[in-house]
Design a binder for this molecule. Sequence first.
Ligand code: BG6
Ligand code: MG
Length: 211
Amino acid sequence: RFKAVIFDLDGVITDTAHYHYLAWKRLAESQGVHFDHAFNENLKGIDRMGSLDLILASSKRVYTPEEKLALADEKNRHYQELIATMSSADLLPGAVRALDVVRAAGLRIGLASVSKNAFTVLGRLGITDKFDYVVDAATIARGKPDPEIFLKAARELGVAPEDCLGVEDAVAGVASIKSAGMFALGIGHPFVLTQADVVITSLGDFNLESY
Ligand code: BG6
Ligand code: MG
């Protein structure tokens, strides 16, 4: 019944969340801000500057826009060092099978990640050519939970939002899919992804016919 499937990247196709965690932790601690896995959960699906603002909210200092940009760049350089050694071994179980199932069913395939490193990560994973359209995060004005990124993917794929299935692991991402008027498949836990239409543990359980 769907005409397109639009995937998130981080946490759905590959587990870059751990690399983001390491890079944010070093940055936060350099500013005297405590950072742990629980806090990192709040940052899933949130863009770079939005994440930095959430971290610096616990700091006593006030930062100028220039200082914030420098900190965001520092975090990104560290993150890029960490992802430089990624390969197809970093694909999450079921990810390639899900992409191939969607392709075989004749549906269009999009990628809607707010990460400005998405093209690099896709390249390292070796799956760039599996997508008909990849949103360039640099062209997106409002990050998730705003629907902008999923709506842009649908428009570029030439498919109406109601004919799209969105796949997301983050609360903010599921909210973005739902406000875009799409069917939301959550990857994770139903207690967390309460807005999703269906929740599965991983793409290993992806079954296009049952949504
Ligand atoms: C999202 C991640 O996909 O991309 C976030 O879930 C990350 O954790 C965001 O902050 C932005 O990524 P980048 O690579 O542009 O800093
Ligand atoms: Mg994600």
